[in-house]
Write a protein that binds this ligand. Structure first.
Ligand code: ZN
Length: 260
């Protein structure tokens, strides 16, 4: 059986934990799209770029935000376009909003994603710009096909950062924090975050706030306990990202197809 969806998962975070963390959060998000979805990897493949791919430099080193695009970013745009043109091809791109929820409209990262990445991929799909690695895949798409492909370029854009979502695993966060220091201030904060799931989206630089204890040392562990449904119900940036995925009818269709 061939895969129903092949999702290229990109995260601007580097380091060993970044990709498994993203994949875990993404899987939890997909479960909210289709009740009882079968995420068996033979059906729904979620995969990173190959190690040492030059496109990774563009994502990890913040190069993707540079205008005009660097050579590595051009390679990244080609890799995204290539995946979007494949049957069942999707791309999920995680970048931090670097703003709290109430200031998200002023997020430069969101603006740069649209201006540099989405528009850049659009140009590749339209056959402009650098050719894809394999010239046989040079696109000759109609305008409708280009927009349909771009609709499969999806973003996860947490406010303020990925830790704003991961710290929602408050039951796991608490011992990790208190194991490093007996901070009453942090204890109080974590208790508040557990009671009101909207609060973390309004914390400026949560990773810096917790830099003396948790920081980003346990992201993969925290992702495994991410309380996705509760955080979705809070209707902040995770909800926003899930609803964006849900608006991609091709993705919902691929997930909904019964196992055979
Ligand atoms: Zn702490």
């Amino acid at each position: 059986m061939s895969a129903r969806a092949r999702i290229l998962a990109l995260t601007e975070d580097s380091g060993r934990q970044a990709q498994p963390t993203l994949q875990r959060i993404l899987r939890e998000a997909l479960k909210l799209l289709v009740v009882g979805v079968d995420l068996n990897p033979t059906r729904i493949r979620i995969e990173p770029l190959p190690e040492n791919d030059r496109a990774l430099h563009a994502i990890h080193a913040n190069q993707w935000k540079a205008h005009p695009p660097t050579r590595d970013t051009v390679i990244l745009l080609g890799a995204i376009a290539t995946r979007l043109m494949e049957p069942g091809g999707f791309v999920v791109f995680h970048f931090d909003t670097d703003r709290v929820w109430s200031k998200r409209e002023s997020s430069e990262n969101r603006q740069k994603f649209e201006a540099i990445i989405r528009n850049g991929v659009r140009r590749v799909l339209q056959g402009e710009g650098a050719p894809p690695v394999n010239p046989r895949t040079r696109p000759s798409l109609t305008a409708t096909q280009v927009e349909a492909a771009l609709n499969r370029l999806l973003i996860l854009s947490p406010c303020y950062s990925i830790e704003s979502w991961l710290y929602q695993a408050t039951n796991e966060l608490h011992p990790l924090c208190q194991g490093r220091h007996a901070s009453q201030e942090h204890e109080q904060l974590i208790a508040e975050w557990a009671i009101d799931r909207t609060r973390l989206d309004e914390v400026h630089q949560p990773k810096v706030m917790m830099e003396k204890c948790v920081a980003d040392h346990h992201n993969e562990t925290l992702a495994q306990s991410f309380p996705a449904e509760d955080v979705w119900l809070a209707e902040r940036s995770f909800h926003e990202s899930v609803e964006r995925l849900k608006a991609c009818t091709a993705l919902v269709e691929a997930l909904s197809h019964p196992a055979s």
